[in-house]
Design a protein around this ligand. Structure first.
Ligand SMILES: Nc1ncnc2c1ncn2[C@@H]1O[C@H](COP(=O)(O)OP(=O)(O)OP(=O)(O)O)[C@@H](O)[C@H]1O
Ligand SMILES: [Mg+2]
Length: 261
């Protein structure tokens, strides 16, 4: 049976879809069979980030309304043969999208995969609850900015009302130079504030905006995602150090240069 992990945040635009896509790629590179399920009905973009949007024939609403079987709606990733996407649809708003019907779809996929990653919509309304009720574990994504942290704090309390096996923290868009300059909270400070274990730190990188997913494994963001995938898979808590490149003599010069551009 698959581990079912919801990627959630509260605040929109903090990197849930980016984490879902890249965590899925790195878990499948470890040999796991992974399905990414887009539960962001209406404002879905997991298919675009994964580069499979032109190969979508059926989507999750077709599955829920009985127009196809769940296996027919899965789209295989271009580069990873163990990785599939169950896309959502941005046009239809299905009346059959209840938490219960979604759970049935997730349970059908469970024996076929090692991981089901659920890309949750922003906010804490029905879509959020539908997604969380299908999962056993949650990854809470936040950025170091205050509005994102406040929403994350609210989501932590809501998640407590679910019987989840674990809720872990991913701090995204970390600027090592700003952490060292004490301009933003460090991921460890955020961990203490939110009181959930820190499982991933992802640096702020232009490459994410330019490519979305599929970074070279030796790039900074690639390394950070590899560590996150390893932690999720082995249930460890090794942390990527986003400040390393700004430490020491050369690092101080880089910090100075980054401040002046
Ligand atoms: N580590 C990062 N460095 C730089 N840009 C990032 C990083 N993570 C995400 N982004 C950018 O932030 C934007 C929002 O990311 P994403 O779509 O993954 O967020 P989301 O939480 O899924 O949003 P929504 O709530 O709308 O579903 C995208 O343009 C993405 O490229
Ligand atoms: Mg998203």
């Amino acid at each position: 049976m698959a581990r079912k992990i919801v990627i959630t945040s509260g605040k929109g635009g903090v990197g849930k879809t980016t984490v879902t896509a890249n965590l899925g790629m790195y878990l499948s590179a470890l040999g796991a069979r992974v399905a990414l399920i887009d539960i962001d009905f209406g404002l879905n973009n997991l298919d675009v980030v994964m580069g499979i949007e032109n190969r979508v024939v059926y989507d999750i609403s077709d599955v829920l309304e009985g127009r196809c079987r769940v296996k027919q709606a899965l789209v295989q990733d271009n580069g990873h043969k163990n990785l599939y996407v169950l896309p959502s649809d941005n046009m239809k708003t299905s009346t059959s999208m209840t938490g219960q019907s979604l759970k049935i779809v997730v349970e059908k996929l469970s024996p076929l995969f090692d991981y089901l990653l659920l890309d949750c919509p922003a906010g804490v309304d029905a879509g959020f609850h539908r997604a969380v009720s299908c999962a056993d574990e949650a990854l809470l994504v936040t950025t170091p900015c205050f509005s994102s942290l406040r929403d994350a704090d609210k989501v932590v309390s809501i998640l407590k009302s679910y019987q989840l096996e674990s809720v872990s923290l991913v701090v995204n868009r970390v600027r090592g130079d700003l952490v060292l300059g004490e301009k933003i909270l460090s991921p460890k400070d955020i961990e203490s504030l939110l009181k959930i274990p820190l499982i991933g730190v992802l640096p702020d990188e232009d490459d994410v905006i330019l490519r979305g997913a599929g970074f070279p494994p030796m790039s900074r963001i690639g390394k950070a995602f590899r560590i996150l995938a390893d932690n999720v898979d082995k249930k460890t808590f090794r942390i990527y150090d986003a400040t390393a490149r700004y430490s020491g003599f050369l690092g101080q010069i880089k910090r100075g240069l980054r401040r002046s551009v």
